[in-house]
Design a protein around this ligand. Structure first.
Ligand code: FRU
Length: 503
């Protein structure tokens, strides 16, 4: 059946066949959301020497049509991660009389014309809504000076300086460049090399943008996003991200068109803010040019971890995206924090299963024993009572379960996937992932997205996130709401099925 293979995500994007990693070049243009991605169209394993940009489009960020790969590798080397922009004013000169078009800015890896400089930045343009692309004859447009790790350009238009800005991952730092025309780039500044504790892996896939604070579009703040890799470490003694392997950090500050400056000094690894405490959210970057761009920022990540990505047990394809998430900043007693919320467009998939209010749960009971669900949206609010731990067990059978819980004594949200899967495909996969999280006004709020091979948990209205893949049998469909050591008050609970996006 169409998109019904074992483990096939039902409301997440995955390519019909073969390998995908990072989402790339996300841009909205003439009514379509484009999603490009690192894709090996001929293999379920990554062929880094022949990496393409795969391509899918959507009108609503929920339903996707896969198109043929957009940008293939050639003499210029493989096509690694990057971004795409709408060149509204034809600054590049590529579009002449035809008006605006799309320009992709990406890394070429293994460019034969540049021996010893393995990664360079190149551009390509499209005059037909991203369906076909022409590589610029003046490529590459940017070369490294002193490092082989020089990649993943994220480009955006900076209104105040009327310039294109590129933020690039350069081994242990990010570098900013500016350009009037996307072809000539001038170095502006660098950031991150001196922050202690975060250099275990090289930096990858940076992004910089402004988002509203406390839902006020008149108060916008800059934020810098950074993925830190699991290989080619700079300082092997630095700690790993919370769930190990590859992970993502965020930094709040200011960007003046030239340099990014932090709001606070980061003295040690302990002051680093993490985007996700699960194992499987990486290389996320935001869409350029979406409607209401000043009030809305949306991103999507690769739901995976380089630690075991190439060994996943799905057979026809390997790799998928997270659900798209909307980003905001919110003020807390401890300062500003990133909030991620599932995009509201997902609500069109809802089919209500259950809704309850004001219920007391005692140890040993399961009010959800009648429900079976291989995918679901669970939205719940709890009042801390005498229980010491509570939560949901999802994708449950006699010998399988994924526990999404809150430990009251430790103040920790967790996903325990040690018994989530049948197949044992990698030693680092079997794990429990924890995130520090305090109750707010004596309450814990959870929004949970369960799909055929993943769970995404948004704690306290999107402040604390855990995203994890799981590989249960399709028949493991049991659901449980549990409490340990005392009583628990359920303020409200809604469970919805989410209808498959693949029709
Ligand atoms: C991140 C990454 C990028 C690179 C791409 C190659 O996952 O390593 O730095 O451009 O994947 O596929």
């Amino acid at each position: 059946d169409y998109y019904r293979e074992t483990y096939r995500p039902q409301f997440h994007y995955s390519p019909e066949k073969n390998w995908m990693n990072d989402p790339n070049g996300m841009v909205y243009y003439e009514g379509e959301y484009h999603l490009f991605y690192q894709h090996t169209p001929h293999d379920t394993r990554p062929d880094f020497g022949r990496m393409h940009w795969g391509h899918a489009v959507s009108k609503d960020l929920v339903h996707w049509d896969e198109l043929p790969p957009a940008i293939p590798p050639g003499e210029d080397g493989a096509i690694f991660s990057g971004s795409a922009v709408v060149d509204k004013n034809n600054t590049s000169g590529f579009f002449n009389e035809e008006g605006s078009g799309l320009v992709a800015i990406y890394t070429n890896e293994g460019n034969k014309a540049q021996p010893g400089k393995s990664q360079v930045q190149s551009i390509a343009y499209s005059k037909d809504q991203g369906r076909t692309w022409t590589k610029y004859e003046g490529n590459p447009v940017l070369f490294p000076t002193d490092t082989l790790d020089f990649r993943d350009p994220k480009v955006f238009w900076h209104d105040e300086s009327s310039m294109w800005i590129m933020v690039l991952a350069v081994r242990d730092r990010v570098e900013f460049y500016s350009s009037p025309n996307l072809k000539e780039w001038t170095f502006a500044s660098e950031f991150g090399a001196d922050i202690p504790g975060i250099h275990r892996g090289v930096f990858e896939c940076p992004d910089v943008f402004r988002i509203p604070v406390d839902e006020d579009p008149n108060t916008m703040k800059w934020i810098l996003m950074l993925s830190v890799g699991d290989r080619n470490g700079v300082n092997p003694n630095d700690p790993e991200p919370p769930a190990g392997g590859s992970g993502m950090m965020y930094f709040i500050g200011n960007f003046d068109g030239k340099a990014f400056t932090l709001d606070e000094t980061l003295e040690s690894f302990d002051s680093i803010k993490w985007v996700d405490y699960g194992s499987d959210f990486y290389a996320a970057v935001t869409w350029n040019g979406i409607p209401n761009e000043n009030g809305r920022k949306i991103w999507v990540g690769w739901m995976n971890n380089w630690r075991y990505a190439t060994t996943l047990p799905s057979e026809e394809w390997r790799g998928k995206t997270s659900i798209p998430r909307e980003l905001q900043l919110r003020t807390y007693p401890e300062g500003l924090r990133l909030i991620q919320a599932p995009i509201s467009e997902l609500s069109q998939l809802r089919k209500p299963i259950l809704s309850l209010q004001d219920l007391t749960i005692k140890p040993g009971m399961n009010v959800l024993s009648d429900i079976s669900a291989a995918k679901a949206e669970i939205i719940a609010e709890f009042e801390i009572g005498t229980a010491v731990e509570f939560g949901f067990k999802v994708r449950k059978s006699s010998d399988q379960e994924t526990i999404i819980g809150y430990n009251i004594s430790n103040g920790e949200l967790f996903v325990d996937r040690t018994k989530a899967s049948t197949i044992d495909f990698h030693t680092d996969f079997t794990a429990k992932h924890k995130a520090p999280m305090k109750p707010e006004h004596e309450r814990i709020q959870l929004s949970i997205y369960v799909d055929w091979s993943s769970v995404e948990v948004f704690g306290n209205h999107g402040k604390t996130i855990i995203s994890d893949m799981i590989f249960p049998e399709l028949e493991s469909m049991g659901l449980e709401l549990y409490a340990v050591g005392g009583e628990l008050k359920v303020v409200s609970l809604q469970i919805n099925d989410l209808v498959s996006i693949w029709g």
